[in-house]
Design a protein around this ligand. Structure first.
Ligand code: BGC
Length: 490
């Protein structure tokens, strides 16, 4: 495949223009993004970040740039026991997490996965939150925690307008969820109401966390220069530490705040039309939220497999694959899972894996077919990695310019199945960042369960800040008193 790929992409005179490979190449070229194009994309995103942060431009901005009310990354003194909920990735989970100050460690003590049936993902909000409250109760019961009132970090990986750390309004569902009566509502309130309806247990203070923030915070405990969190899994998104003076929608100029960019919405105003292919357009139209999360639909695990499938169907119909014969399985929407792409592109067993997948799909293949299928997967996953790289470069460049630094050294916490499981995704992403953010030295830290541990971390940092400000108030109080006493003495 590599030789074939270089021949195909280098635009040599091989193969001849009437060769079927030429026709395949014409399709694949539409997924190729040049350095100039990536630079343009990064520049467009840079402008959209500013629009999202602005007081007056925000409401129309496709990249929402949501304040998270996370004002500090961990300083290593956090500690305590927490519950965490994680909704919005592959599974719904409940966790019990302990943060240990002495050993600078976050321990995930126990966790439990609760399936959310597809009907529930698109049913009523009340059903969903009742189910969440029931799963939490089962977990507490089986761990003898039902009588404790532990603080809870809720990783809720959807775009939310956060009013406070414990008040978070869902803007819209993404990634296949579409429960009625939740958009526009405070998710913490819905959770607490569901727990109250049961009446058999209670929870302590709640901190709402986006998974990107959880990822940044869980890595931040290990590496205190971690100031970006990025997810490339079922969906995609990133957060980073922004200067408060630029966060125009929140009062105060001092310090920093973590901004959940919601970069998945990039392009929702049509700004990515020049790079969308006809296959992206079909994926969008067939989704449950057409017109929404354009960038995410070109990148994340929920959609990559489907783009590959649509292209394979087209190539077959054009007589360029499988002797022109499709199969029932190949014609089934969403049947081609994104994990197949990772298997097919594996360095050592890739060809064998490809043939297994093609046989499973009931296709009659020969060696050329399997090579072409690998090229298709490579074209689509590479585009995803490069787009993510361009977007990450935009954030890193922004932090560097914000701080007026000649060079920026920073760490990105990363999570998500696409990033973790695909054989060369991370390498391609890094290469793009090096190209587009040459003055930034970025360390990538793969997060170990950021959604669980990170949620506990955010809750712990919020408690530390509250503790510190209480202490400050108390000591302020003392000075005031002393001053008064002095005045009285005089
Ligand atoms: C959501 C984000 C989330 C991302 C990764 C997107 O669909 O809008 O809030 O961070 O998926 O899970």
């Amino acid at each position: 495949a590599p030789e074939l790929r270089s021949k195909i992409t280098l635009g040599s005179r091989w193969p001849p223009s009437n060769s079927p490979i030429r026709s395949v190449q014409r399709y694949l070229e539409r997924f190729h993004l040049t350095r100039e194009k990536l630079q343009e994309v990064s520049e467009r995103l840079r402008k959209d970040l500013i629009r999202g942060l602005g007081k007056h431009s925000h409401h129309k901005a496709p990249v929402k740039m949501l304040p998270t009310f996370v004002r500090a990354t961990p300083d290593g003194t956090e500690k305590g026991d927490f519950l965490a909920l994680d909704l919005g990735g592959t599974n719904f989970r409940v966790l019990h997490v302990r943060v240990m100050e002495e050993q600078q460690r976050v321990l995930k003590m126990d966790s439990q996965i609760c399936a959310i049936p597809k009907e529930m993902m698109q049913g009523t909000g009340e059903q969903l939150f009742d189910h969440i409250a029931a799963c939490l109760y089962d977990f507490l019961l089986s761990h003898n925690l039902e009588r404790e009132t532990l603080p809870l970090g809720f990783t809720f990986s959807f775009p939310c307008e956060q009013k406070e750390i414990d008040k978070s309004i869902l803007i819209r569902w993404t990634k296949g969820f579409n429960c009625s009566g939740v958009e526009g509502e405070d998710v913490v309130k819905l959770l607490k109401e569901a727990i109250r309806r049961r009446g058999d247990y209670d929870i302590g203070s709640v901190a709402m966390v986006n998974d990107t923030v959880g990822t940044m915070m869980s890595c931040g405990f290990r590496d205190q220069s971690c100031e970006i969190g990025m997810i490339i899994g079922t969906g995609t998104n990133a957060c980073y530490m922004e200067e408060m003076k630029n966060v125009k929608r929140v009062e105060g100029e001092a310090g920093r705040m973590c901004i959940n960019t919601e970069w998945g919405g990039f392009g929702d105003d049509g700004s990515l039309r020049d790079i969308q292919t006809e296959f992206d357009v079909v994926v969008d139209e067939m989704s449950i939220n057409p017109g929404v999360h354009t960038f995410e639909k070109m990148i994340s695990g929920m959609y990559l497999g489907e783009i590959v499938r649509l292209l394979l169907v087209r190539l077959t119909e054009d007589g360029l694959l499988f002797g022109g014969r499709t199969s029932k399985a190949l014609l089934t929407p969403e049947a081609f899972e994104t994990k197949f792409i990772s298997e097919i592109e594996e360095q050592d067993n890739g060809l064998e894996n490809t043939q297994k997948v093609l046989s499973k799909f009931g296709l009659k293949w020969d060696t050329v077919d399997s090579c072409v299928v690998r090229l298709v997967c490579d074209a689509i996953s590479s585009r995803s990695a490069r787009l993510c790289g361009a977007a990450l470069a935009t954030l890193a460049n922004r932090i560097r310019v914000n701080r007026r630094q000649e060079r920026l050294k920073t760490t990105v916490g990363v999570d998500g199945t696409v990033y973790k499981k695909h054989p060369n995704f991370s390498e391609e992403l890094r290469a793009t960042v090096r190209l587009l953010a040459p003055k930034c030295d970025i360390t990538f830290l793969v997060s170990e369960d950021g959604s669980g541990k990170g949620a506990a971390m955010v809750t712990a940092v919020a408690q530390r800040l509250a503790r510190q400000s209480r202490l400050l108030e108390e000591s302020d109080g003392e000075t005031d008193d002393e001053e008064e006493e002095e005045e009285e003495d005089q």
